[in-house]
Ligand binder design. Structure first.
Ligand SMILES: [Zn+2]
Length: 192
């Protein structure tokens, strides 16, 4: 229960000092959105200078342009007025360390947490697992820059995304905290 208690204690202290944030408007004040990875080392509020109410942050494993990420982006502009989007992947992403076949194999073997070693992930759990993993596209990454370009292009070419929204593609360096532009993504995401 210690994580639960820690989170509730942190929230009590946050709420005690909430100030005037209760009057923030629903649409993001700075009218932009960031699609990024769920990696625990990334804090978009810090690396992009966000305060409550500023921007939409959409996160998933890899920061990939999945159907669900696109669902959120479309809601973000169509209903809530964002006008610029960022796709931010990062160095040392866990999505580079497995493939669809590896993931479905690990899950078929057991549902316990796998071990990550020099040769990638190995299953160390007691079975049974499930074959359901074979039917999911895990959207793994084999080329960090290529995945940013692919996702920017998918969003750019989506029929529900207006051509006037610029989409910026960056890689966050987990060693330095810097956002590094992906030149081919810049070209792919240019507003038209
Ligand atoms: Zn990641």
């Amino acid at each position: 229960m210690s994580v639960l208690n820690d989170v509730l204690a942190a929230n009590a202290s946050y709420a005690a000092d909430f100030g005037d944030k209760g009057s923030l408007a629903l649409p993001p004040a700075r009218r932009f959105a960031i699609l990024t990875c769920m990696d625990a080392r990334l804090d978009p509020a810090k690396y992009a200078g966000l305060a409550e109410g500023d921007a939409h942050v959409i996160r998933n494993a890899g920061g990939r342009a999945s159907d669900d990420a696109i669902r959120s982006l479309v809601i973000s502009y169509k209903l809530l007025g964002t006008a610029e989007w960022f796709v931010v992947h990062h160095t040392d992403c866990g999505m580079e360390f497995f493939t669809n076949d590896v993931m479905s194999g690990l899950l078929s073997s057991s549902l316990e947490t796998a071990a990550l070693g020099a040769d990638g992930f190995t299953d160390v759990g007691a079975g049974p697992g499930s074959d359901e993993g074979k039917y999911i596209n895990w959207l793994t990454i084999s080329d960090a820059e290529g995945s940013v370009v692919e996702d920017v292009l998918r969003i750019r070419n989506h029929p529900l995304v207006p051509s006037g929204i610029p989409i910026y593609g960056y890689i966050y360096d987990v060693r330095s905290g810097r956002l590094v532009e992906v030149p081919a993504a810049k070209e792919a995401g240019r507003a038209r």
